[in-house]
Design a binder for this molecule. Structure first.
Ligand code: AMP
Length: 250
């Protein structure tokens, strides 16, 4: 059984980004693998360790630096990688339907039995690509997975839903998007980082598989409002007086 794992390169979640009207300033900013995609890679590796799958292929769509995320996936345990290259901004111009279309082409070309993805990219927060891919392939899907069991070609997935958990099952092939509590990704060891450098990495220019439609235009980006500093008051009377006279709440 072959698994395709989609990994996106995003701004590191620990970075305080600078917001400009036309988007996040990416100049010199630390980038990393999208955390939910790292969880998807880890899950694929665990399934392979349980001998439930034979091959893990990691794929990214994006500029040449995206190869770093693929090498990270290879160091975690992926067997091969595919880099679909474009110089377009992945947080703006490479949109979910474009990504889903390209992944669908690769699934048709290479016959995967399962696609594992992050539930969401932390840069654009779309949470759409997995659902669109399942629609395009006419495959069943389980989103927000917090547990995945595969037995005799059937995937049983526990999904995190509002106020609880839902268990679903379907016959593979299918698409599963991974949530935070699915697993804790391992650290890539130095020998595995070295080994990853010699694992196969195929590069395909995006225009060989599809095109970018720019169906959504980002018209404006704004930073969140700056929070006013808090203050400690001496007692409840002072608090009430400040709420009445300064905050004018009553
Ligand atoms: P989104 O729908 O943008 O929130 O992304 C959901 C998931 O789709 C991500 O966690 C990735 O697994 C996959 N994905 C989105 N964009 C890309 C990309 N440029 N390259 C590879 N995978 C992607």
């Amino acid at each position: 059984m072959k698994v395709l794992v989609a990994v996106k390169r995003v701004v590191d979640s620990g970075i305080k980004v600078r917001v400009k009207p036309d988007g996040i300033d990416l100049q010199g900013v630390k980038m990393t693998i999208n955390p939910f995609c790292e969880i998807a890679v880890e899950e694929a590796v665990r399934l392979k360790e349980k001998k439930l799958i034979a091959e893990i292929v990691a794929v990214t769509i994006g500029p040449k630096q995206g190869a770093e995320s693929l090498r990270h996936a290879l160091a975690l345990g992926a067997d091969k990688a595919i880099h679909v290259t474009t110089e377009a901004r992945i947080d703006q111009a490479v949109q979910p339907l474009d990504v889903a279309n390209i992944l669908a082409k690769l699934v048709e070309r290479d016959n995967y039995n399962l696609v594992l993805m992050g539930k969401q990219s932390i840069d654009d927060d779309f949470n759409q690509t997995g659902q669109m891919l399942a629609g395009l392939l006419d495959w069943p899907q389980a989103t927000f997975a917090s547990n995945i069991q595969i037995t005799d070609g059937i995937a049983q997935v526990i999904r995190e839903i509002d106020g609880g958990l839902q268990t679903v099952k379907f016959k593979l092939p299918g698409v599963i998007t991974c949530d935070l509590r699915l697993n804790q990704p391992r650290f890539a060891s130095v020998p595995n980082i070295m080994k990853a450098k010699s694992k196969p990495l195929e590069t395909i220019p995006l225009d060989k598989l599809g095109k970018l439609h720019n169906s959504i235009q980002i018209t404006k980006t704004e930073a969140p409002a700056i929070r006013k500093g808090g203050a400690i008051v001496e007692n409840v009377d002072v608090l009430l007086q400040k709420l009445r006279n300064e905050a004018k709440l009553f």
